[in-house]
Design a protein. Sequence first.
Length: 241
Amino acid sequence: MDQNISLLQNIITNSNQIVFFGGAGVSTESGIPDFRSVDGLYHQKYAYPPETILSHTFFMDHPAEFYEFHRDKMIYRNAKPNDAHIKLAELENIGKLKAVITQNIDGLHQAVGSKNVLELHGSVHRNSCMRCGKQYDANYILNSLGVPTCACGSLIKPDVVLYEESLDQDILKKAVQYISEAEVLIVGGTSLNVYPAAGLIQYYHGKKMVLINKSSTPYDAHADLIINSPIGETFQKIVLK
């Protein structure tokens, strides 16, 4: 077994107070592109830059163009959980993992059985009327044409945090609490360049911080173990004891 995998195995085996913090790289092995890699959404060409499309102002001013992008690039109906999602759910089930804190909006952690998932940036599976609050699922959005509207006639908005919008303060507080109380923090599939989410790492004061990411991050110098490999491939090698 690879030395880094052996070290990770030992850390997981000897801890019952683990928290996982993950980003877009957790879902790339499920066929969902990330944002900032060479093949990510920010390097693809559209009439408007993705950063512009995914802003509150653009959503309000150009809802038709927003939803064209949203249906095409933000909802992946056929994506399946990969080995990272599966192993994390198993770790929670046996009592080792206390929380999954994710920047992803795809719902794949819940799809495989994870229960305590803090979604920092919301979820494409929840959508609500901006006037009356009625809830709609992702299938409603996918099957609608043009700009989806509520039965009351008002605009429906995905429950995702757009640029210019604030993160949910209750979720942020819970994330801070779990990270600050964790014995082991495993960070995976994230560049740790997006704030305020990346700033949550600063609240960790436990025994072991593990970074699993294909490229380096600004927090590498603070990690006890760095594994530069795909996270699903890494977790697939871990044996639960």
